[in-house]
Design a protein around this ligand. Structure first.
Ligand code: F0G
Length: 465
């Protein structure tokens, strides 16, 4: 059959609260134009994040009841540890309550002033944790990643030339290289196995450890199995083994490809580093056999890590994202191509060319998607990721101005995707009337979470094809 169906039946449903456009206009003003400040009951389709928002399976709900809440030595931890070792092939497993706690522990241990952490594109919390340690986070994503319309298959790849220059320049100050799979901030684009091998070879040459930010490891493996000639059709488990065999360790947010609502871990090969991390873990997260997680959550993640490698599940997930991306591209709406692993990324710089980067075209677009159809998305552009020039203190624009429509796992169906397409198209048709936004107040770090904004006057009309 050519129709790829949701490979599940629905046993429990959550009602969606419908709102009118007029109400949404009022609500977004009351939220100071920040979508994080909306109540989720006031959202019709919530694509703010794919993190912790997925539906658990009946087996995961059943596993919760097996959760053993012992402070030390819980069998739930043993099951969790065994699955992580089996899937990733890394021995020392340190549970944390979510991904950023893993990052905080890791960079607290290996970061520090004068250090540099190169990556393909650090996610916002990763960058914040690297920088909080006093180190510098630098991004060396491949050149193709900047062309949102190119159909290049592995736009998450590391730029090997620039990484080599960095390691040659400051190898002794690089505690590790971090490759994020898939590259979330860069459009959910995968990293090829060949690229990971090339990064590993450089790390060996310069004696630097390689870590993987594994949040979406299964989606990356699926896209390798579809797009990398030498890997086509291989079992996902084998591809995952090959990816992680190259790594000295990984950080993980189980809220993504753990198919759970909370959880995470660090896995490292080096026993001494594991000892240091566990010492820090007990101060901030919890004892070594639960980290910041309840026993029941350890069980849910252990089950989720197996389910996420189901080829039927991955086929369906990718098919619905690809469907939206191809339809949008077909009517000329600027969208990151090819389809990434977990989200649809609109290219706001091309959607709203009349809005300069420092009036945040991505935020302006996200606001309109909410007003139009109650769709909540997330700006991933200069509002979230602008840098600061260390010499002048001036703000530097992000590499791209994107709006991310992150698809929660196993949560929405095909008709939700059709509705989403309708909403985006309606905003597209009135794009010339949309103006930028300005910040009225924002904290210095991770400002997009709590910033307040107001609309600028709509920009003068420009010719839009
Ligand atoms: N690394 C990547 C690539 C991520 O996408 C995230 C979270 C984290 C680390 C941190 O994990 O949330 O469990 O602390 N990304 C979410 C998102 C928030 O919406 O993309 P966490």
């Amino acid at each position: 059959m050519k129709t790829i169906i949701e490979p599940f039946r629905i046993k429990s449903v959550e009602p969606i609260h419908m709102t009118s456009r007029e109400t949404r206009e009022r609500l977004i003003q009351e939220a100071d134009l920040n979508l994080f400040a909306l109540k989720s009951d006031d959202v019709i389709i919530d694509l703010l994040t794919d993190s912790g928002t997925g539906a658990m399976s009946s087996e995961q709900w059943a596993a919760l009841m097996r959760g053993d809440e012992s402070y030390a030595g819980s069998p739930s931890y043993q099951r969790f540890e065994a699955v992580v070792r089996e899937v990733f092939g890394i021995k020392n497993v340190i549970p944390t309550h979510q991904g950023r706690a893993a990052e905080h522990l890791l960079f607290g241990a290996v970061g520090g002033a004068g250090k540099t952490v190169p990556g393909n594109t650090h996610f916002d919390t990763t960058r914040a944790n690297v920088e909080a340690s006093g180190a510098k986070a630098v991004d060396y994503c491949c050149a193709e990643s900047l062309d949102t319309s190119s159909n290049s298959p592995f736009k998450g790849n590391m730029d090997i030339g620039r990484l080599r220059d960095c390691l040659a320049r400051e190898g002794q100050n690089v505690p590790l290289v971090l490759v994020t799979v898939t590259n979330n901030a860069g459009g959910g684009q995968p990293v090829s196995l060949a690229n990971l091998r090339a990064v590993r070879a450089l790390c060996d040459e310069f004696g630097v450890p390689l870590f993987i930010d594994a949040c979406r490891f299964a989606e990356n493996a699926f896209l390798i199995s579809k797009r990398e000639d030498s890997e086509k059709g291989r079992p996902l488990e084998d591809i995952v083994h090959d990816m992680f065999r190259l790594a000295d360790g990984c950080t993980m947010s189980a809220k993504k490809d753990g198919l759970a609502n909370i959880g995470g871990f660090i896995a490292v090969r080096n026993g001494e580093l594991a000892r240091i991390l566990r010492e820090r873990l007990v101060v901030t997260e919890g004892f070594a056999t639960y980290g910041g997680m309840a026993g029941r959550d350890l069980e849910a993640v252990a089950q989720g890590l197996r389910e996420v490698l189901s080829p039927e599940y991955q086929e369906y997930r990718h098919a619905s994202i690809q469907y939206v991306v191809e339809r949008l591209a077909g009517i000329g709406i600027p969208v990151v191509q090819p389809a990434g692993g977990h989200a649809i990324f609109l290219d706001a710089a091309r959607f709203l060319p009349q809005i300069p980067w420092n009036e945040f075209p991505g935020q302006a677009l996200a606001i309109e998607l909410y007003i139009e159809g109650g769709v909540r998305s997330c700006e991933i552009g200069s509002l979230m990721l602008a840098g600061v020039d260390p010499e002048t203190g001036a703000e530097i624009p992000a590499e791209r101005e994107l709006v991310r429509l992150a698809i929660p796992r196993r949560t929405y169906t095909q008709s939700h995707m059709d509705y989403l397409l309708e909403v985006i198209e309606a905003v597209w048709l009135r794009r010339e009337q949309i103006g930028g936004v300005e910040i009225t107040s924002a904290p210095p770090v991770l400002r997009h979470f709590t910033g307040k904004y107001r609309r600028r006057q709509p920009a003068p009309r420009t010719a839009v094809s």
